[in-house]
Write a protein that binds this ligand. Sequence first.
Ligand code: GLN
Length: 565
Amino acid sequence: MTPRFIFIIGGVISGLGKGVFTASLGKVLQMGGYKVNLIKIDPYLNVDAGTMRPTEHGEVWVTYDGGEIDQDLGNYERFLHKKFSKNNNITTGKIFQQVIKEERSGRYLGKTIQYIPHVTDYITEMLVKNHQQSEAHLSIVEVGGTVGDYESSLFLHAIARMQSRYKVASVFLGYFLRPPHINEIKTKPYQHALMNLMSFGIKPTLYVVRAPTQPHIHKLEKIAAAANATLDSIITIPDTRNIYEIPKLLYTFTPALVKLLKPLALRFPKNDRTFKTERAKYTRFLGSIIKIEKKRKEVKVAIVGKYTKAGRFTLKDSYISVVEAIRFAAWKNKVRPRIVWLDALQIEKARLSDLQKMLEGIEGIVVPGGFGSTGVEGKIKAITFARTKKIPYLGLCYGLQLAVIEFARNVAKLKGANSTEIDPKTPYPVIDILPRQRKLLSQKQYGATMRLGEYKAYLKKGTMVYTLYRELRRLYRDSHGAYVIERHRHRYEVNPKYHKTLQKAGIVFSGLSEDSTLVEFIELPSNVHPFFIATQAHPEFTSYPTEPNPLFYGLIKAAKGLKVQ
Ligand code: GLN
């Protein structure tokens, strides 16, 4: 079967919500009965996002098969409630790495290798391969960057060539600027970006106008004239407060979607009945969260972060999956979430009385993943506070390691306990590197030293973690026992040498790895603390709008003052 692609290309400015649009379009086509595959192109030279600082490029998303990817993949998975492989992310770095490798191994023997056609053909090959492996009806491909960027032009050339070989539709997404000094919407930048795109030989099937407010019809007519298009192929998406409203907005434009699928020789919807029920279900879900978001009563959850001094990206971008995971869990608990940002460095400097003030009214504390020593003592202080004041606590990856350190120092009385990541000379290395990772690290192979992707963990019956995963139907069974699957991204572990000492002091290992050597979940017994749970995994990557991850769900339940077990 001829592969089918829809390309999403942005212009005028970055930060238009292209990722959310792509995910929303995917969602609506899925609701219409199609099996949809989503691919993200990142035109940067990094092979993946693994070594990028979160303040540089937002959060790093981890796929089930261990890819460290741009955060857009996170939106795709959250919207579609579907897993995507690391191969669904194509970067310029990945393409060049492969083309050069294949040149060395003789693939192009005798030829002069050029951007066009060799590199562009390789891009096409990767897209087609990914599409075929997905077994989807169609693939939606989001092209990162903005038309006119030097970096994305190679991909645009590839798309232009693909138009005659495959079934291809494309969407141009641009912005209507409203300069404050004239306070009027201007369409020129949109028109110019569009002309730039068309100079590659790509004529969009659909035109999306992002605008601060609904623009007047004659502004849209200008676009229609410039593009030689009809008005029904132009849709407007004004700024919305809640990104989950976008799919609903899109299905009100059904005629435009019909038009979009025409070049793919597909109708929309594929199945009228499915579309109707799915639409009704989504409208109901949206209605309920809008109602919850208007409630007076809120639950206040603090995220203790270190990526506060953001460069291009805000704190919210650095921890986007954690934020979304908290929101989903709150919605399920029918309470309005309020996220409070706490700077770990500030806590580090604070006295106990100041800390009390900073944390006043906080009903739940999350320490998310992190690397290095910046702000670590501040995070540990926040954990002491949560533990001793019995405030519900959820630790994610680093948040587990730091909880173990805190417990070792203050309860098991191992003075100076630490992780060798922070203090290689600590007398009590309760968190230490895995032996197999140590070797790679000494060779400075940072890109390959992590335990990445999905792993099974076996849970101990009767623990809080067990209860929560069972309650939300994410507990599976095999001949070994009851297990869960979560994603990982870490180099360090709870040191097996201290397992006994820590357990004796009262910490419960509620989940272990398949070979029982690695601690995956810890908790304090429910008679000691209402909710003190941490995991070596990243449950924020398996959180969906209608199906929150069990641990976040439990955190909010406890934050509301309800008993989890
Ligand atoms: N820095 C810690 C490690 O490498 C934790 C990583 C994380 O939180 N993702 O093990």
